[in-house]
Design a protein. Structure first.
Length: 101
């Protein structure tokens, strides 16, 4: 990922993180075959996320409302998404399963 702080980290099928992701994914998509699971690792985006998470926790009376979601996308858009983040202006361009955004 030239010029980016993001990188893809492959998760090992025997690892706890892999198993957690697999379990959560299978709840909503039990018939899909999982070929691999990779974590996007970007220390700058992670830090910004943690700051925003703290702000929201404070606003919500320290109630955790964090959700794990899965995002389907064409392979060609993977690199731009993990390098620069989601661009919500593209929401719903390709058969939005549960609505735009």
């Amino acid at each position: 990922m030239k010029g980016s702080h993001a990188k893809l980290v492959p998760l090992q099928p025997a690892g706890g993180e892999y198993k957690d992701v697999e379990k959560t994914f299978r709840i909503g998509c039990p018939k899909f075959t999982i070929e691999k699971i990779e974590r996007v690792q970007n220390p700058y985006r992670w830090q910004a996320y943690q700051v925003k998470k703290k702000q929201i926790e404070t606003q919500n009376g320290h109630k955790n409302n964090e959700k794990v979601l899965f995002h389907g996308t064409p392979h060609s858009t993977l690199v731009p998404i993990y390098q620069t983040g989601f661009n919500r202006s593209y929401a719903g361009k390709n058969a939005a399963m549960i609505g735009n955004g």
